[in-house]
Design a protein around this ligand. Structure first.
Ligand SMILES: C[S@@+](CC[C@H](N)C(=O)[O-])C[C@H]1O[C@@H](n2cnc3c(N)ncnc32)[C@H](O)[C@@H]1O
Length: 286
């Protein structure tokens, strides 16, 4: 990792684990992730995209689980299977009651290193959502190859990623800065577009890709407001690396750009954030 990219993520203003990761791991981020999860669940209408159902013997791995919001929803939807969530930090993990603890196991783990108990299991489904702000091009290759290794034959992987909002000039200006930030940090901004080829190279079959567009801004009512708050929240949360660490723009310019973008979304019917949902299968035969 180079000097400029070996910057740590923040926990309540303090530096946490060394990582390329651009976002904090604190209470506001935990609340934002849970809001984002509600927005995505409503927009997607389901939690599992691959054409199969989970049974009691199955094990499910959630990579970069954060607040485990997806894992908890998947558990609610299937009420069966065993769930494992890994994350480079346990700071966002929820407190689970005894009953849930017997079926949902959250541990610190890094998808770039096949180490720990989680890596010794074989999973029917692996979910990885929104690691765009954490992985370089080389990291994506490693992550997808590692997921392939821990999947059972015939098992499925699914990814959800975004890198694009559509609205007006301010949003386009922000997009250029965002792309520059990711590139400067060594992150793969175009991961959603690259995942199908990486899946193919790793040996996956049945590669599927879908696009979902989610309304952003008050013109779209309460759903638009919640989506706006969630995604304006993520861009605000990148202030520390953009302003203080990488010095890409000044603090007042950053605040003003985000405020203008929020106003643009509210006043521009048709403002959207574009999500890519991708899933693929590990062949059942060797
Ligand atoms: C934007 S959050 C998404 C959380 C969750 N997947 C969701 O959709 O709500 C990304 C999460 O990935 C974790 N993360 C970053 N790099 C990771 C890695 N190499 N291995 C495992 N988790 C990682 C971060 O700590 C963070 O909790």
């Amino acid at each position: 990792m180079s000097g400029s990219s070996a910057v740590s993520n923040m926990t309540n203003g303090k530096l946490a684990s060394p990582s390329r990761y651009l976002l904090p791991s604190d209470k506001p981020e935990s609340e934002r992730l849970n809001l984002q999860n509600r927005v995505l669940k409503k927009a997607f209408g389901n939690v599992v995209f691959a054409p199969f159902t989970l049974s009691s013997d199955d094990a499910v791995l959630d990579v970069g689980t954060g607040t485990a919001c997806w894992t908890l929803d998947c558990h609610d939807a299937f009420r069966t299977a065993h769930y494992y969530g890994i994350d480079i930090t346990s700071d966002l993990f929820p407190i689970l009651d005894v009953d849930l603890k017997s079926r949902i196991h959250l541990t610190e783990g890094n998808i770039l290193r096949l180490q720990g108990e989680w890596a010794d299991r074989s999973y029917t489904l692996v979910n990885q959502r929104l690691l765009i702000a954490a992985l370089s091009a080389e990291n994506w290759k490693t992550a997808i190859n590692n997921i392939y290794k821990v999947l059972a034959p015939g098992g499925w992987v699914q990814f959800v990623e975004t890198n694009h909002c559509r609205s007006g000039d301010v949003t386009d200006r922000h997009h250029v800065i965002l792309r520059h930030t990711f590139e400067k940090r060594g992150l793969l901004f175009e991961c959603a577009e690259k995942i199908p080829a990486l899946l193919h190279d790793a040996g996956f079959v049945e590669i599927n890709s879908m696009i979902y567009e989610i309304d952003l801004g008050s013109w779209a009512g309460q759903d638009g407001i919640e989506a706006r708050d969630s995604f304006i929240g993520v861009y605000k949360a990148m202030k520390y690396p953009v302003v203080d660490v990488m010095g890409i723009m000044s603090s007042p310019d950053f605040d003003s750009l985000i405020e203008q973008m929020q106003r643009e979304w509210d006043s521009t019917p048709g403002s959207k954030i574009v999500f890519h949902v991708l899933y693929a299968q590990k062949s059942a035969s060797p």
